[in-house]
Write a protein that binds this ligand. Sequence first.
Ligand SMILES: Cc1ncc(COP(=O)(O)O)c(C=O)c1O
Length: 381
Amino acid sequence: MNWIIPLADLNYDQNEENAVVSVLRSKWLTMGSVTAQFEQDFAAMTGSPHCLSVSNATEALHLACVALGIGPGDEVIVPSLTFVATANAVLYTGAKVVFADVVSPNDLTISPASIESCITPHTKAIIVMHYAGYPCDMPAIMEIAQRHNLSVIEDAAHCPGATLDGKALGTWGEIGCFSFFSNKNLATGEGGMLTTNSDEIAAKLKLLRSHGMTTLTYDRHAGHAYSYDVVELGYNYRIDEIRAALGIEQLKKLPANNQRRREIVATYREKMPAELGIPFAGHPGVSACHISPVLLPEGSHRKAFQDYMKEHGIQTSIHYPPIHTFSYYREHFPGPHHLPITESIAPREVTLPLYPTMTDEQIDYLVKQVPLALKAAKNSS
Ligand SMILES: Cc1ncc(COP(=O)(O)O)c(C=O)c1O
């Protein structure tokens, strides 16, 4: 479709083009010096001593689970209000997921109280997801994890550049998992990053990322090794130099892009009708403002709202249909689940366009159309 305002858009220019051309001319395409540079730059941004790039965040989440020894017989607590990959990564290991609720209609991150109520003798880990780039309550969650001897994985797909108490999201728990999918704040097409403060976990992740092999093709090309051993059952979850080069350029733009996203959200808060709920008012920390979720008034017809916006050239989305409502999960994890807040807000959630290259004219147009879409949603309910 030819949207007047798409849901998301890339901030790409000549810098990304030059970076890719430079890799192509170097004739070294797989993980090498450009990837090492991207990982170093990401480490400087997050303050994490170990950053390991992978092909996407789903792989990052899977590797995180494997590296922490999660497997059959274990339970992992995850939010239901997240992208399905957060839970799928757990299932790949043979472990079970247990769904926790979110805090409130104003705070769509996983609830510490709900986490606590999901803990059983089989619980091995908690995966939190910093929804829309806003921090989960990490001090409370880390305290619960320590008290029950649980690992914490952060699904940081939405939040490169976000912080809580001055500390980067993705560096609070044992392992952070970032996504560089095309619609993300830092976009490389497909791509992801693992962060950890632990030397031991980093060494394990590094092996698991590349077949459990003790040396890489690049090490042998560089003359550092002739052969290798295989010491783990690993995977091929490597990134390539082309996408790492895009990542380096996108990382340079990230602070200004995130700032612009925050300004746009502030404008939405100021100019949208009061009956529209805009979550995360007064939320602690510095958000990456990855997406702009809003909650329609009770009794609104969500499809009518989205249809009106579509007819007027504005793309909207839903973040997320809760995972426990999907057919596959209903069949394999029928519950009962105790998710009253997730279940009450999810049918009212709509995601509005948000991206750093949005023009003031686009923002004005959007703000003018929303009250009319709300009217349409009321009339058909
Ligand atoms: C919260 C969340 N987790 C995980 C993922 C998976 O990321 P990827 O597409 O890089 O595998 C996404 C991507 O959309 C996401 O939004």
